[in-house]
Design a protein around this ligand. Sequence first.
Ligand code: ZN
Length: 344
Amino acid sequence: MIEFDLGYFKKVAEDIFRCDSPTGYTKNVIDLIKNYIDSFGYESRILHNGALEVFIKGEDSSKVVATSAHCDTLGLMVRSIKSNGKLALTALGGPITPTLDGEYCVIYTRDGRKYTGTILSTSPAAHVYKDANSKSRNIDELEVRLDEKVFSKEDVEKLGIQNGDIVCYDTKFMITDSGFLKTRFIDDKASVVILLMLLKYTSDHHLKFKHDTKIYFVVYEEVGHGASMVDKNISEFVTLDMGCVGLDLAGNEYAVSICAKDSGGPYDYELTTRLINLAKENGLTYTVDIFPFYGSDIGAASRAGVDFKGALIGSGVSASHGMERTHIKGIENTLKLIYAYLVK
Ligand SMILES: [Zn+2]
């Protein structure tokens, strides 16, 4: 069984989590991932929509199996520039917007400039606004205060900022001594790191994959159509994405969640059962769950007309799409399950 290399995990996680990659602005993170893949000696290509496809010849070529993680995250875009020099926002994907109040952010202009700012409520000062506490924090009541001397829309335009510019908020990445990965965008960058750890291990140890295998680093998952571009010839597809935690769900931050059903309906019965059995046989900590408000790349590939068996596994993530957290144990259990499925 694959060993979990904590030092390597920390290094790769820091690299991947520090690279801003909101959905629609993923070139930098894909280039970063491709560098890792190249260094492991695996063949890969960047697809037209920006995703990365890795191809690995397996011991058996009678079928092609696939796995994926999505490297696009939630984020924001400039909706308009206000007459007072603040930036109105639109969301990329579905962040819990009240958690954004007070976050530091970076604005990326299309001509390559970068500016910093802070996301604030439109009633941001306790000494001035009666509703500073009670005002809704939905996206229309949040705005960016730029760290530039600007008083008008024209001042902002002179900086090269325009509608449609990308706004990224601070991930606050950290790994605690108690083993928690505490950062935004564990969904789904933890899975990106897991796949890189898997490929480093199989490359270092010259291990063979069971079947011909395609590994996708998907973009546009957060807006629903991520894995619509996967190879039509795949017959099985186990995607790695976050496990849900809360209410009556069994999932937790220390286990690999195996999803039986999400908003799009049930996952493949036989493949899901096979993954449960693999988790059992390998002594992994796992849970089987229903994800109530959830869609995944399995749904995207199915809707694109691919004929395959689909399943979903992933480490349990607390406070998803808000201030997320998981534990290294959950990541380790997920790594071991995808290893058992693909390699041995
Ligand atoms: Zn996700």
